[in-house]
Design a protein around this ligand. Sequence first.
Ligand code: UDP
Ligand code: MG
Length: 337
Amino acid sequence: MPAVPAPGTEAPSTKLSVVVPCFNEEAVLWRFDSTIRELLGALCIEYELCYVDDGSSDATLNHLRTIAQQHVETTRYVSFSRNFGKESAMLAGLKEATGDAVIIMDADLQHPPELIERMLDLHQLGYDQVIARRTREGDKPLRTALSRLYYRAVNKWVDVELTDGVGDFRLLSRTAVDALTSLPEYNRFSKGLFSWIGFDTVTFDYRNAARQAGETKWRFRSLINYGIDGMISFNNRPLRLAIYTGLSLAGLAVLYVLWLVGAAIVTGITVPGYVTLVAIVVGMGGVQMLMLGLIGEYIGRIYYESKQRPHFLVKETNGHLPRHSPAMAMRVRSEVR
Ligand code: UDP
Ligand code: MG
């Protein structure tokens, strides 16, 4: 529990940065910008909005340029050379943010802006991470059940605590932001990283809102891939599972052979059915492929980490992140070769 400021002491004024990853959000960006500015204006705090255009193919970047011209003092934007994914966009936003507290929000108004005040209040009490956890009210029952099952399974395996409904909508103190941006890994699974850095954390629930406009970028396949990322990003326990599975199968095979030999001694030689044989070959083949895939997944991660490529390339910005320069281009080109 963090130290609560003594009653009567004036809380230091906090500059708030709001980080907003945007990928093809032209339909909702204006509404988001005006809603959030109205709200932050009413709170009478110093703030900045850090938009990250994640390689959108629609008019998102144009909108951002216009917003930045209209609100020069309070808008920073970074535009990527292509779509690098939300994880990279969040990282760029966190690096760009200069505030004492940073809130990460989606551009589609699914994260209710009116919760910002509550987050700031909790931050003033000394919390480094204030997490808004969405309840699953209104979700499809199948999706809710699958999520519950997934989190129960994943928490048995990973070393960090992953909670259902907890996403990227949160306030981070400067300390927490610096901790996150100092983690250099290429494969970023933010849910795990947030949990991994620790610090004083508090969580409260909110009811999820529907997307205001545009469409979700999550397809079923990306959800599955995200799920696998969560399973293997934080430890090598699945590899241990592979060892145990191999050992158990080898043990079963020995027992089976003993049983066959015993049966042959007691009842005489019988002609074994090829069905068993085929079943075993296919079953074992499947298990071996699975284990190979698992090992390959870890090796793939090592491969990507060892390249030490940047998480994103900046095409355009009005902030302080370095733009993709000719020197950088040469480095990237020689890496591609
Ligand atoms: N987003 C992004 N890069 C991507 C996909 C999504 O920056 O490759 C942003 C998107 O613009 C939005 C946020 O991440 O602000 C959440 O995306 P979305 O609403 O599609 O996800 P959902 O709410 O359906 O989980
Ligand atoms: Mg959304």
